[in-house]
Ligand binder design. Structure first.
Ligand code: AMP
Length: 279
C-alpha cells in the first residue's frame, strides 16, 4: 500500500490501473479511522479491483467555532487499518495541495444543505460538496462509498452526482455501532467517561421512536415527542434537532406514509453527536 500526498501521484497510479482495465473504489474520510470507516473500505475492496482511501481533515467544512484544530489525527494508525482492510493507496494531501493560494471555486446546492445539520452548520455542506467534487476529479473512481451515519451528507452527495452527471456510483453503507448502541465516530474520543455513558441516549431514544413506528404510529409529532422525552431524561444531553423528513427532499413530514429519515443531533457536554435510522 502506498501513501501519496499529491493529486498528480494519485492520477498517475489510477491511470496505470485503468490501462490494465481495473475497477477503482474510493472511500473519502477525515481519518482517525474506526470500524465504521473500515466497513466502507472492506466493502470497497470486495467490489473493486483497487481502492483509494483519502485522509483529509477538510478545513472548508468546519465553521469558525468548530473543532477543526482539535479534530483527532493519526496517519500511522490510519495506514495500518487501511492496509489490513486491503486498501491500495491512501491519498493524504496537505491543505495547500487541495486549496492553492488563489482558490475560489465552490460547489454548492440549494435546499438540502439548509435542512437538518445545515441549520446549525450553515457552511458545512458547501465545504463537503467542494472537497468531494475535487476528490472525485482527482481519483475518478467507478464507485464511492459513504456511511448512512451521515445520512444528510449521503443524500446530498447522491443529488450532486445525479445533478452534475458525475460518472460515479454512490454506495451507501450501514451504520456501525459500539456494543451499547452508540454510533462509532471519530468525535466519540472527545467524550469523558461520564459523557460516554450519557451518549448512549442517542441510539436508545431512536430505538423508542423506531419501535413506535413498527407498532403502527404514523404521527411524526408523537414519535418526535417520545424521542425528545427520552433524551431530556439525560442531564448531559442538549438537543440540537430531532426531525422526521422524507428521503428525497429532507422536508419534515407530519404523517408517516413514505420512506422517512428519523435524524437527531444532540450535544453531550460540548460534543455534538448525530444518529439516525431510515424506515
Ligand atoms: P468522516 O471521517 O467522519 O468524514 O467519515 C468518512 C465516512 O465514513 C463517511 O462516509 C461517514 O458517513 C462514514 N462513517 C463514519 N462513521 C461511520 C459509522 N459509524 N458507520 C458507518 N459509516 C461511518
Amino acid at each position: 500500500m502506498k501513501i501519496v500526498k499529491t493529486a498528480y501521484e494519485v492520477r498517475n497510479i489510477v491511470n496505470e490501473w485503468r490501462k490494465k482495465g481495473l475497477s477503482v473504489g474510493f472511500v473519502p474520510t477525515m481519518g482517525y479511522l474506526h470500524e465504521g470507516h473500515q466497513s466502507l473500505i472492506e466493502k470497497a475492496v470486495k467490489e473493486n479491483d483497487r481502492v483509494v482511501v483519502s485522509v483529509f481533515v477538510n478545513p472548508m467544512q468546519f465553521g469558525e467555532n468548530e473543532d477543526f484544530d482539535s479534530y483527532p489525527r493519526d496517519i500511522d494508525r490510519d495506514s495500518e487499518i487501511c492496509e489490513k482492510a486491503g486498501c491500495s493507496v491512501i491519498f493524504n494531501p496537505d491543505i495547500s495541495e487541495m486549496y492553492g493560494e488563489y482558490f475560489s471555486s465552490f460547489v454548492n446546492m440549494n435546499t438540502l444543505p439548509q435542512r437538518l445539520c445545515g441549520k446549525s452548520r450553515p457552511i458545512h455542506f458547501k465545504g463537503v460538496c467542494t472537497v468531494v467534487t475535487k476528490l472525485f476529479n482527482i481519483v475518478c473512481p467507478d464507485r464511492a462509498y459513504f456511511g448512512q451515519k451521515d445520512a444528510q451528507q449521503l443524500a446530498i452527495i447522491k443529488r450532486m452526482v445525479s445533478d452534475l452527471n458525475f460518472n460515479i456510483n454512490i454506495i451507501g453503507c450501514p451504520i456501525v455501532r459500539e456494543e451499547d448502541g452508540l454510533a462509532k465516530s471519530s468525535r466519540n474520543t472527545y467524550l469523558n467517561a461520564e459523557e460516554r455513558k450519557a451518549a448512549v441516549v442517542l441510539s436508545r431514544s431512536l430505538k423508542i421512536g423506531k419501535s413506535l413506528m413498527e407498532n403502527g404510529e404514523k404521527s411524526a409529532e408523537k414519535i418526535i415527542s417520545a424521542v425528545k422525552e427520552e433524551i431530556n431524561k439525560e442531564k448531559l444531553a442538549k438537543i440540537d434537532y430531532i426531525e422526521i423528513v422524507d428521503m428525497n427532499r429532507l422536508q419534515p413530514v407530519n404523517e408517516i406514509n413514505c420512506q422517512v429519515l428519523v435524524a437527531i443531533a444532540v450535544y453531550i457536554g460540548k460534543t455534538r453527536l448525530i444518529d439516525n435510522f431510515i424506515m
